[in-house]
Design a protein around this ligand. Structure first.
Ligand SMILES: Cc1ncc(COP(=O)(O)O)c(C=O)c1O
Length: 569
């Protein structure tokens, strides 16, 4: 406990930059809640009652034109020397190889800019993004540090390769993919992996397609047309079931946040094709009856698929196959150290047991003891879910992550994730207006917890969207709210993962506490946030109106009839 804690909490330092000094009476109406916030004038930061240090923050603002509006005729980023005469004499000029009907008649409308201009321009833009570089405990996404050395190796070793190169010249990268497959087999107990799915959602779709083929081969496809799932399983599972032609049976949660086993027993029948579920579920609650559930579905003749996007809660501690699952999927873009955010490049690694491997997307990487191969001779494959063998840079970085962590590191990451989340829960316990969902459940949450700002919203009119925006004024990334369905009002789902220090978690909790207090004290300030970011609130009505936005420069000129950008637009 710091010396400030017993001090006079009625005085506040200069918060005029934020213009949001929080008075002691902010907690009026909250019983005997203490005065929450007082200032520690260390380095301009404000130290909260529970130790979290909240720093001053101001986003950069550049009066930056679009790249299309920059440049001057004749400026160049790179100039290439003319080819040697000896070369053109031998193979002719490059132009000679462009067919007549593929030739441009006019020069492309590109800005003529030098390298330093380009560098400065994109640096400025990057400074103006909200980014994902600060404290980002995004629930169900396990935001992690993505190693720069991975990026470097990707650029040097993977980018120059082409998937249509002769297999002999790809032995190194095939070995990495094969080894990653082996590591995941070790971690999950599955017999073979495909990395072709470009997301968790695509991997769920791989499963439903494979299930369809499996049932057809058994002559049961017409009969088994139902897939069972749970309400707090990510929506891509029922969606994938539906797209593959199955009916979806959704089990509602019981008092512990997951469905009662009796509900599953009632749901299974000779129509059951399979079970698709997330565990721990989207609320961060683990269903401890999972192996019993698998037996019930197997006894009814169905297959079980485990969406392990939340693997950060159990990796190295339990294995999908040991629990009895027939197939499972893992996010190389979340759990395995690749960036997730902005819907960027992703890979849902899909694993299954031996009998199902014949249906895996094509190709898969095999090893005959000496040489690695791309096996495309797969008559029972469900086909391709995307081009080539998937996103190889992500596979490289996942492989590196597993190597860097090692078995002990992986287990430790789980321990830290659970500890971090439970510590954050403790810090958020008495934040005004914030409630943990399924409060009556006593079992501890796993790596994340879903909360609701419903009470705060009713009291103040401030929404969860307002709060996440105001949080960015503290230089902290806006948080993840919730997957569908939004059964809890004004949801909020943080997940610290293994990467946030104790101090980060404390800062995060303190910033949330301050925003909550401000919502009671000065709701308009929160509703009109962000104030310290490079842009303020955009008019969402205009974003939804296709007449008012333009995704390309050509569309901009067509719609607005000018190459002058109106800053107000
Ligand atoms: C549990 C779970 N499953 C599946 C998905 C879908 O993954 P993706 O966004 O890669 O399609 C998510 C995404 O957040 C998830 O949390």
């Amino acid at each position: 406990m710091s010396e400030h804690e017993h001090g006079d909490m009625s005085e506040h330092g200069d918060m005029s930059k934020h213009g949001d000094a929080i008075e002691n009476d902010a907690t009026d109406g909250h019983g005997d809640a203490p005065d929450w916030v007082r200032d520690a004038e260390t380095n301009g930061a404000r130290e909260g009652l529970r130790g979290g240090l909240v720093r001053e923050y101001q986003g950069k603002v550049w009066d930056e034109p679009l790249i299309m509006q920059m440049g001057e005729e004749g400026r160049r980023g790179v100039t290439f020397p003319a080819p040697d005469e000896a070369v053109t004499d031998t193979v002719d000029s490059a132009e000679a190889y462009v067919p007549d009907d593929a030739r441009r008649t006019e020069r492309p409308d590109l800005p003529e800019v030098s390298k330093p201009w380009v560098l400065r321009h994109y640096t400025h833009l990057s400074q103006e993004t909200l980014g994902f570089t600060n404290i980002s405990p995004w629930g169900t996404c396990t935001m992690k540090y993505a190693s720069k050395v991975g990026e470097e190796l990707d650029q040097q070793e993977i980018s120059p390769l082409h998937p249509h190169q002769d297999e002999e010249t790809l032995q190194g990268v095939l070995e990495i993919v094969h080894q990653l497959d082996q590591y995941l087999q070790e971690l999950t107990g599955m017999d073979k992996f495909s990395f072709q799915g470009a997301s968790g959602t695509q991997s769920a779709f791989v499963f439903t397609n494979m299930l369809r083929e499996y049932l057809k081969d058994r002559g049961e496809f017409e009969q088994r047309d139902e897939i069972i799932t749970t309400l707090y399983t990510h929506a891509c599972n029922p969606a994938a079931a539906n797209v593959a032609g199955f009916d979806v049976v959704t089990l509602e949660p019981g008092p512990n946040g997951y469905p009662e086993t009796e509900a599953l027993e009632e749901a299974v029948s000779d129509r059951t094709a399979g079970l698709m579920m997330v565990n721990p579920n989207d609320l961060g609650i683990y269903n401890p009856n999972i192996d019993e559930w698998i037996d019930i579905v197997h006894d009814a003749g169905g297959l079980c698929f485990y969406d392990q996007a939340n693997f950060n809660s159990t990796m190295g501690r339990s294995r999908a196959r040991d629990l009895g699952f027939d197939a499972s999927q893992y996010m190389l873009h979340k759990t395995f150290g690749n960036p997730k955010g902005g819907l960027g490049p992703a890979t849902g690694a899909f694993g299954c047991r031996e009998e199902l491997t014949q249906y895996l997307p094509s190709p898969v990487v095999t090893h005959d003891g000496e040489t690695y191969h791309l096996d495309t001779d797969r008559p029972n494959t469900v086909g391709n879910v995307r081009e080539f063998w998937g996103n190889v840079p992500l596979m490289l970085k996942a492989y590196m992550w597993i190597h860097a962590m090692g078995p002990d590191g992986i287990r430790e990451a789980v321990d830290l994730s659970l500890l971090g989340n439970n510590y954050l829960e403790k810090l958020l316990e008495d934040v005004p207006g914030l409630e943990k969902t399924v409060q009556e459940m006593t079992q501890r949450r796993m790596e994340m917890t879903r909360y609701s700002w419903g009470e705060l919203s009713e009291d103040t009119g401030v929404s969860t969207v307002d709060i996440r925006r105001r949080l960015t004024d503290y230089g902290i990334d806006a948080y993840w709210m919730s997957h569908e369905p939004l059964t809890y009002p004004e949801p909020f789902t943080p997940e610290p993962g293994e990467m946030h220090s104790k101090e980060n978690i404390e800062t995060y909790a303190e910033a949330l506490r301050q925003v909550a207090l401000e919502a009671y004290n000065d709701p308009e300030r929160v509703k009109s946030a962000p104030h310290n970011q490079s842009i303020s609130r955009v008019d969402e009505g205009r974003i939804d109106d296709p007449d008012q936005w333009a995704l390309t420069w050509r569309a901009y000129k067509r719609k607005f009839g000018t190459a002058e950008l109106n800053v107000d637009d």
